[in-house]
Design a protein around this ligand. Structure first.
Ligand code: COI
Length: 357
């Protein structure tokens, strides 16, 4: 793939002084972005890197009206050895294509996606913060651009990648967050799109998220759509519970996003000899676990969230505190292991990282 380059002048490429810059998640962007178009006649074509700017969309673009769009979230890290690393990029690229397929969006050549990410990240590599806990968030997105109000898969698409230097996702930093169980709203149902990364899932979560925020909680803990009994995931992350001698996470039922960090924790747990299970976990079991002390720790996993401890769960308007609201030992261990691999401090036994330079 030959990427056409239309770069900003040198003086506009200077990155902020990250030591003295706050990085609220996803608010600062690098000077360049990648674009590529799809038409039925030409397939995916015209890969190009251009100055970061607003984009033109037809007022009837299908994405605006019917949400035909998919995205990914991954990160590039400056390692302690000065190398730039991506974490499990091929898993993200494959999931992007799986999501695209579900939304009737033509798949991309995975090698082209990797090439696009690599070229863009290296071009704007000064924008990767050189400090632990911060990274360059990579947001690939594909959206339907055909201008028509008829409900059907678009005939044209744009694939875009933008980059944002980020710190912690939550205002709490990497400290315990409080989550709120909603019984009023659901996120995804069997046969729906809950297991792929499409904007509609996130739009549908906003109402419940707003309710949770008003009550002082950072995120919503979603239950299954059928029985409202089993835990599924949290707003922006998968969820784990550490019961006495068992690490458990909800099994992938089709309405849960198969998270890359989730999968990494399952692999690491196995390596550490911690019995880890993907299974059905009822909210009653979680609450009883907190009440009896059987539930020792809970944490969320995600690219943006990394490993985020959960310090409190509100169920039926009653707060239940986990591990005295503190980060648990096992949670900290997973945080240290995963970030250690991502920043090149710890051996990458699973071959998860890809060094770009
Ligand atoms: C990610 O963790 O990369 C996500 O896409 C979640 C999003 C809500 C920031």
């Amino acid at each position: 793939m030959e990427i056409e380059l239309n770069l900003v002048p040198e003086e506009k490429r200077k990155a902020p002084d990250f030591e003295n810059t706050k990085l609220p998640f996803g608010t600062i962007f690098t000077p360049h972005m990648f674009l590529m178009d799809y038409t039925i006649d030409e397939g995916w074509h015209s890969p190009r890197i251009v100055p970061f700017s607003e984009i033109n969309l037809h007022p009837a673009a299908i994405v605006l009206h019917y949400s035909q769009t998919v995205f990914e979230g991954m990160k590039a890290y400056y390692g302690v050895d000065g190398k730039v690393r991506l974490f499990r990029p091929w898993d993200h690229i494959n999931r992007l294509n799986r999501s695209a397929d579900r939304l009737c969006i033509p798949k991309l050549n995975p090698d082209d996606v990797f090439e696009a990410i690599k070229t863009l990240v290296l071009l704007d590599k000064d924008w990767i913060p050189r400090k632990k806990g911060a990274a360059l968030y990579i947001r690939p997105i594909i959206f339907a651009t055909e201008g028509t109000l008829g409900l059907k898969p678009s005939k044209t698409y744009t694939f875009m990648i933008i980059l944002a230097p980020v710190g912690a996702y939550y205002a709490e930093g990497f400290n315990p967050v409080k989550i709120y169980v909603t019984e009023e709203y659901i996120r995804a149902c069997p046969g729906g799109t809950g297991d792929v990364k499409t904007g509609g899932n996130y739009a549908a979560s906003l109402k419940a998220q707003q309710v949770a925020c008003k009550k002082g909680y950072s995120q919503v803990l979603w239950l299954d759509a059928k029985e409202k009994k089993y835990v599924e995931e949290v707003g922006s992350m998968n969820i784990f519970f550490y019961f006495e001698n068992e690490l458990a996470t909800p099994e992938l039922t089709g309405s849960i996003l198969p998270g890359v960090t989730r999968d990494s924790v399952l692999h690491l747990a196995k390596k550490l000899g911690i019995p880890a299970k993907e299974r059905k976990i009822s909210i009653e079991e979680v609450i009883e676990g907190i009440e009896t002390g059987r539930l020792k720790e809970s944490f969320g996993t995600g690219t943006a969230a990394v490993i985020t401890p959960v310090g409190e769960i509100c169920y039926k308007e009653k707060p239940y505190v986990i591990n005295n609201g503190q980060t648990g030992e096992l949670t900290k261990k997973f945080f240290d292991l995963i970030t250690g691999i991502q920043y090149g401090e710890k051996e990458d036994e699973f071959g998860w990282t890809v060094v770009l330079e």
